[in-house]
Design a protein around this ligand. Structure first.
Ligand code: ATP
Ligand code: MG
Length: 292
């Protein structure tokens, strides 16, 4: 399968028939190993870097990359590897942890708004406002902490949040912020393997959190919440991508390809030099040469 076809096959632009079970977390498109994929990944990183330079120089579009996944799916390492060729000046990463008192005193979109990328930049959300229809849905006590007026918390709340998110993302897209949403799709079995690895490898012990294992007990509820989320918030202007994540090296490759395709959908180019600028360059060149 060509990469374009692959990216199209994991892009959900219209979610109403979406089913998570149609997607294989262990997909590798026939690639056998990390070594096999390395060359493609290196090339992908280089292509991404070229496009980012143009994005930055043009200073018109912004890219918001939203990353969502279960624990140990590889969000952090995907960011580390895929963005390794990108100029740090043109990129920001924001990790969203549990909300603090100031966050809980505001509407749920409030805290992410401050971290939106500027024009010319790529902003990555490591978790995002989507937690508001995932962890908050799985744990109703988190919703209770949000201090919403009681009459607004009804059976329709998740549907309302989906609508609000869609409207918000449409607003972003109409303002030149391209929203690229990535769900790293990990199997329950592979998560178990990675947790055990964190326990058994001293250098990885720090990554282990007891809470992650407790969350794992809600696996089924999370999968339902993810499926509902993708069904209801996959839109033409902000599609979800279901990234097979059981093989980290394949997930990295897939994410790089998705980002490249997203950037290619924009009219990126280096700013044109007009006649006045041309003259300025000519004069500067002449003056500098005269110094020699
Ligand atoms: P890592 O474990 O790799 O450091 P992480 O993203 O898992 O990264 P943690 O501090 O372990 O970071 O977990 C953050 C927790 O915050 C997650 O359990 C997540 O569900 C929760 N969280 C994030 N946003 C919200 C939110 N809006 N409401 C409630 N909980 C949230
Ligand atoms: Mg964690």
């Amino acid at each position: 399968m060509k990469t374009r076809e692959f990216v199209n096959s994991i892009r959900i632009a219209e979610g109403n028939r979406f089913r998570l079970k149609d997607f294989d977390p262990a997909e590798t498109l026939g690639l056998k190993s990390k070594e096999h994929a390395q060359e493609s990944l290196d090339r992908g990183i280089a292509r991404l870097s070229e496009r980012q330079e143009m994005l930055y120089a043009q200073d018109r579009w912004a890219i918001l990359v939203v990353l969502q996944a279960m624990d140990a799916a590889g969000k952090d390492s995907t960011i580390k590897h895929v963005m390794s060729g990108v100029n740090p000046q043109g990129c920001s990463v924001t990790s969203f942890k549990a909300p603090g008192p100031e966050d809980l005193d505001h509407n749920f979109m409030w805290r992410s708004q401050r971290f939106l990328p500027e024009r010319g930049k790529i902003g990555i959300f490591n978790r995002s406002y989507y937690e508001e229809v995932l962890v908050v849905r799985v744990h109703p006590e988190l919703l209770a902490r949000e201090k919403m007026p009681a009459q607004l918390v009804t059976g329709k709340i998740w549907q309302e949040r989906f609508e609000d998110i869609n409207a918000y993302e449409r607003h972003l897209s109409r303002n030149g912020v391209l929203v690229v949403k990535l769900f790293l799709h990990l199997s329950k079995k592979e998560q178990q393997k990675r947790f055990l690895d964190r326990l058994d490898t001293p250098e990885k012990n720090w990554k282990f959190s007891e809470n992650d294992v407790l969350e794992r007990r809600h696996w089924g509820e999370y999968m339902n919440a993810y499926e509902e989320m993708i069904r209801n918030t996959s839109t033409k202007h902000a599609p979800w991508h279901v990234i097979p994540a059981d093989h980290k090296w394949f997930a990295r490759l897939a994410v790089a390809e998705v980002l490249i395709h997203a950037l290619d959908s924009l009219d990126l180019s280096f700013p044109k030099v007009d006649a006045d600028k041309e003259k300025e360059l000519k004069n500067a060149r002449r003056a500098l040469k005269r110094e020699l």
